[in-house]
Design a protein around this ligand. Structure first.
Ligand SMILES: [Mg+2]
Length: 422
């Protein structure tokens, strides 16, 4: 038996936790560089703001309806997410964090001890009380059904935030399935949804009753498995351990075009530092580094340049200083003056576990004990006092490239100098 717990308009809810005066106002959160709408509160939906709409197109709606606008505050959302997941974990035996605001809980066997509806409400109340985030809970014998129930719990007030499949009779279950279009099913995207419509499958109910052989033949085993899950046959288990990453990518568009090498140096250093931190967090070392820079492909009237270079790191490393040195040299080789750059990034790949590496490659010794201690010291201080307390020198040379985030809220839970004042 699975429960799927999902934060309601999560980013907007995070903003509301520390600004309760926003509770009944329309709230939206924008993507990187304040581009498009990525989260809307129910009130913002009601005034007609669509998902993914560019911010500049909705200025009028925003003004007339007193819509509260925020830049993405990922540091705040990440920390609120961690708190939400920790609170859920206090009530269930195992959890699998599925995205920043969603997690599956394995509640199998618990129905003998507690009423699962009751448990669902307990989870909601605890997350609301401890973290301040409203959630909905879907409970069902398969993950796909739990996702579906969560969707119903969000859509219909009737459920009061908890929809429990196994508490319904067959008639109620059938009505639930028939009430939603097939595209609401987890894993059925718009494209497959369209093809399903063409063979007469419109609702989730139609899909559940369709010929399994036909689904397998026309759409493959993944879609077949989705159908079995909706029929109550569990095919997807809890994934307790995150699979190890094959590569770590850090890249971002600039808030404004960057022309000179210093700006790019600074941005590349920032990405290297961030990727290095994550590499060490996962206990890995990387063997390959790729650096790339690119102009804005959509501005065809401007001269275009895409520069990219792969560097082999002689022995696997997780030393940010070493990686940054290599990255800066690569950047010098791919940089051409006279272009307006829009984006740059780094990719670390050929990742293996640090222990394994030490044993295998004794001819090319890896990072020295001293450097590893330095890195763990840097990570420790940044974790404690905020991510940019210790930075690479090159990172500080120029900050023009930083994202446009005009409407950023304070990072109240992770920065001591941004603490809330009352
Ligand atoms: Mg959500």
């Amino acid at each position: 038996m699975f429960a799927l717990i999902d934060g309601n308009c999560f980013y907007a809810s995070c903003e509301r936790v520390y600004q309760p005066n926003l509770r009944n106002l329309p709230v939206i959160v924008l993507s990187n560089n304040d581009g498009c709408v990525v989260t809307r509160s129910a009130e913002a939906k009601a005034v007609g703001i669509k998902m993914g709409e560019p911010y500049f197109k909705i200025q009028d709606i925003v003004r007339h309806n007193n819509v509260q606008v925020f830049s993405s505050n990922y540091e705040l959302y990440g920390d609120m997410s961690r708190r939400m997941m920790n609170s859920i974990a206090t009530l269930v035996p195992t959890t699998e964090v599925y995205s920043i605001d969603e997690c599956f809980a394995d509640v199998g066997g618990m129905q003998r001890l507690v009423d699962l509806n009751e448990l669902g409400h307990q989870i909601r109340n605890r997350v609301l009380q401890w973290v301040g985030i409203p959630t909905c809970v879907g409970i069902a014998p398969t993950k796909t059904l739990a996702k579906f129930c969560n969707h119903l719990a969000k859509r219909h007030r009737y459920f009061k935030g908890v929809a429990n499949w196994s508490a319904w009779d067959a008639d109620m279950q059938a009505r639930a399935l028939n009430s939603e279009p097939v595209t609401e099913v987890w894993g059925i995207g718009r494209r497959i949804g369209q093809s399903l419509n063409e063979v007469g499958i419109e609702t989730v109910g139609d899909f559940t009753r369709a010929s399994t052989a036909m689904l397998r033949q026309k759409f493959g085993v993944v879609v077949e498995r989705t159908q079995r899950e909706l029929q109550g046959v569990s095919c997807l288990e809890m994934e307790a351990v995150k699979p190890k990453r094959q590569q770590i990518i850090r890249s971002r568009s600039f808030g404004q075009p960057v022309c000179d090498l210093t700006g790019l140096r600074s941005a590349i250093s920032h990405h290297v530092a961030d990727a290095g931190r994550e590499l060490r967090e996962e206990g890995g070392v990387a063997h390959t580094l790729q650096v790339f820079i690119q102009t804005n492909r959509f501005k065809l009237e401007l001269p275009q340049h895409y520069g990219s270079e792969c560097v082999q790191l002689t022995s696997g490393t997780c030393d940010t200083l070493k990686i940054n040195q290599m990255a800066q040299k690569a950047l010098e080789r791919i940089y051409k003056a006279g272009f307006e750059y829009k984006k740059c990034g780094v990719i670390l790949s050929g990742i293996e576990s640090a222990n394994q590496q030490q044993q295998l490659d004794w001819l090319n010794p890896g990072d020295s004990e001293q450097r590893l201690r330095l890195m763990s010291c840097v990570d420790g201080l940044n974790a404690r006092f905020g991510r940019d307390v210790l930075q690479l020198g090159t990172e500080r040379m120029n900050t023009d490239w930083r994202m446009r985030r005009d409407k950023l809220s304070p990072r109240v839970t992770t920065r001591i100098n941004e603490l809330i004042q009352v």
